[in-house]
Each structure stands twice: as structure tokens, then as C-alpha cells.
Design a protein around this ligand. Sequence first.
Ligand code: PMP
Length: 344
Amino acid sequence: MIHDSILDTIGRTPIVRINRLAPAGVEMYVKLEAFNPMSSVKDRLAHAIILDAEQRGILKPGQTVVEATSGNTGIALAMVCAAKGYPFVAFMADSFSIERRKLMRMLGAKVILTPAAERAVGMIARAKAYSEKHGAFYTEQFDNPANPAYHRNTTGPEILQDFAGRRLNWFVSGWGTGGTLTGVGQMLRLARPEVEIVTCEPAVAAMLAGKEWNPHKIQGWTPNIIPSVLDRSVYQYNLPVADDMARDVARQLASKEGIFTGVSGGGTFAAALEIAHTHAKEGDVILAMLPDTGERYLSTFLFEGINEGTDEDRKEAVMGALTLYLDFINLFIFLLRLLGGRRN
Ligand code: PMP
């Protein structure tokens, strides 16, 4: 397949059946946003915001683009800006993973770190102040209606097309900006009103459930604000997910299904499993969004305790070394005999 630009490869991500983790009698599917060019759902948002700004004439050729980002948005915007020739500056809390910063810089972006203690609000305030000072275009992912609109126009219709003529009972998505949940949710409510919409959020920061925000480990989920683009009327269920549960389920998806997703993907699938076990009826079909790839979390608790050394059995290793040693001794004896034989 030949494309005119990397941007033409955004979207149309595959939906894959879960074969080993789904309980009997329930069909489970995941939509793999890691198949986007920079491996996350945020490629859609980045493309949406830049296209919309160009069409409305508020982004001029060569103008700098600025965003406050938890990483994936920055990586996606860096890719879109690189492809379109805009300089890009990302403001990012210093608690997010190192690989995210490096990826952005690799894509030609400038990364300005903000103290984690200032939370999302501090990151956003600094990005806004910078864009005002430098006459840059601030993309406002948390308030930009182009974000859910793009999901209404792409992610939602992709799901409708893939499930046309097939049963679909549950759709599960976490929220960061709320773009995915809002856009897909609104589309499904219109076209497939029988589908129950489920959202999920960190147990320690369950803001939609009216709880207090606390720092959590599910990167990309639930900043300490409820974004204006998030439509709170779109979901029927909201499940809390513990950080460790999100990590453990991401690991299970990798080791039991070969599906490599990040912590928020693990969290979303943990919520989908809870629906499968407690709410779903016989024959129900569940679809969960997996926002990105596990590879973006190499330096985080997702990979904690994963061995860096050899997995070779110690006993086997000692026996191997011993055999090698005996082989050398035999060779030595053989050579001695050979030499001795010659002298005689
Ligand atoms: N998970 C990850 C890893 C993300 O980067 C994001 C986006 N911040 C989300 C989930 C949530 O997606 P949305 O912004 O569409 O709510």
C-alpha cells in the first residue's frame, strides 16, 4: 500500500479477538491503537487539531505549535508537525517516562519539563504563557472540540463498520482528554443505542465518580481536571481500576494473548473483564479500546521485576560449564598423547 504522507496511515486500526483471557460465553475484542504510526490513539487527536487549525486559518505556515502533554500527545504532535514542517514545543511533567521525552526530541521537538508537583494544571498554565509570549499556536487538547469530533468521524465509524451486522453489547474506554470516550460514545449512542458504554478511571483518582484526585500510575488517564470536551452523559457505567490491576492485566494481555499494550490498555481491559464476569449475559460481545503500546513504558512499573539477565536454568548452566571443562581436559590429554606418540 503506497501513501503520500505518514499522516495517511493514521486510523483504521485493527480489532482483534481475545482468545484465552475471555470467560466462557462472552466474546471479547480489543481495538489496537498501537497500530497508528507513532503507536498511540493520540495520533488521531494530533492530526485532528492541526488539520482543524489549518482549515480555520489560525495556524500559519511555519508557526510554532505548543502543547501541554502527558507524552503520547506530544509524540503524536511532534510526528504531525515534523511531517507538515511546523516547529513544536512540548510542556511535560517530569514524572512521565524518559522514553517519551526522547521520542519527541527524536522527532525534532523541543521538550520543556515542568515539576510533577504542579500537576496537569501547572503544565497547562506554563504552556499557555509560553504560547502567548512567543505567538505560538496552543493546541488545547483538553478543550479542543476537534478532538472528540475526529473520534466521531473516524474511530466511531471504524467500529460501526467492523461490527456491521454483528452483535456488540459493550464498549469500554478510559479517559484522559475524554476525546475517545466522547466521540466514539456519541456515535455508538446514535447508531447502535443497544451498546452499553463503560468508562473507567484510576481508583485513587476517580474524579467522574466524585472522588478526590490523587497521583496515579496509569499514564494518559485522568488528569486532575475533568476536561470540557468530555461528555458526561455518554456512559452508563464507570468502574474504578487500581494501578497494580492495570499493570497486571497489561502483562497478562502480553504473555497470554501476545497483545502488547500500555498501562491504560491494561486498565481498560481490566474493566472489560469485570463487565464480562459480573454484568455480561451469555453471548454478549465486549469491545475495549487499547490506547497505546507497552514499549512506551520500559522505564516504568509495567516492567518492574522483569529480568534483565539470562533466564537459563542455573543447574543447566553449571552442567554446561562442567561439560565444556571436561571437553577441554579430554582435548588436552589427546594432544599430550599425540605429542608423546610422535616423540616415540
Ligand atoms: N491512554 C493513554 C496511554 C493515552 O495517552 C491517552 C490520551 N491521553 C488515553 C489513554 C486517553 O485517551 P483520550 O484522551 O481520548 O481520553
